[in-house]
Design a protein. Sequence first.
Length: 452
Amino acid sequence: MPIFGTDGVRGLANGPLTADLALSLAQATAVVLGQGRSADARRAAGKRITAVVARDPRVSGEFLSAAVEAGLASSGVDVYDAGVLPTPATAFLIADIDADFGVMVSASHNPAPDNGIKIFARGGVKLPDVVEERIEHAMAGPKLQPTGAGVGRIRRFADAEDRYVVHLLGSLPHRLDGIHVVLDCAHGAASGVSPETFRDAGAQVTVIGADPDGLNINDGVGSTHLDKLAEAVLAHGADVGIAHDGDADRCLAVDADGRVVDGDQIMAILAVAMKERGTLADDTLVATVMSNLGLHRAMAENGIRVEQTSVGDRYVLERMNEGGFSLGGEQSGHVIMSEFATTGDGLLTGLHLLAEMARQKKSLAELASVMTVFPQVLLNVKGVDRSRANSDEGVSDAVARSVAELGDSGRVLLRPSGTEPLVRVMVEAASAEAARAHAERLADVVRERLAL
């Protein structure tokens, strides 16, 4: 089985993800990313190969990042240890200091026992599949083993956080004075840097979920658990709440009445604002097939085209890079603003969302009203032959019937899982009752027709 998944290497720390694996992976990364034309040019100029390494605060990140750094340094790579910082900060810093590549040790929104290793190429961009395959292959091959002065050094990246904060503040079109925000940092990588940045931008900040102990990351807090954020917004009479996940590449929001504002709504707000300022490239937003029908309608009403991709922020980013687009993301809160970031950045997204509130002097609820969210029901049908989901005649007929009955007021999507005997049935409709009825009917057909 390949070790790379949809977003780097991830698994139970000291289960499949061991220190030995992290060490070997780092050595193989040095072989693959420390070679090539740009690396040779750097060496010819008397410069050394460099990498940025950071982590989220989960306890296993301490030994895993140490193993990664040991693997890199033993391969002749000079390591800049940025400590605990968000994933998007790592990506930014790689580009900012012109490092050859970088590594983030994090399992994002997963619980504390899990961990992961994300590798970024020069410029802070995610690796394409073909490069991940080369790294996997290199794990079984010879390692770089320089001696003497050729061994890499490990240095503390002392001003890493300051560089990132300055970058974020410099991106803002408007200060946040007069806005009271509750920040939920998921006891994760944003716990230190996010409150500091929002305060520096002018906001009044109340903080929850910012006391990481290595074991409480994502535990009942953050972007996957919004109840506490909604309660805090109401209790403090705040204008808005912003939630990050463990590595802070996501942003979801809560308005002053405690209502959730998801990634689709955030993208709608930012897209309209960017179009008004002339910074929305080709008046186009990139979103996945899971984005709400309401987003498509809102964008059409505002003269904005929506490009659709498969689910996953890597596919959004690929399409953005191909088309030169400036905004894209997912309903889950991964929002990519390519003018300022090479990956989803929860702090950047939250800052720009609040900047629009301050600029337009409107509440988040008023801004979010640009889009009407269609009720959405998602059912997972387990124990079925996913390979026949798009070819079975009975399933196709059932989907066609629901599509015809819903007309322009709804949408149907069947998505076979890439790894499990499971098919996801998603239905959007004008009412929750209609969405539920169609989803359950389709799920029954899938269960009957595709049973193993």
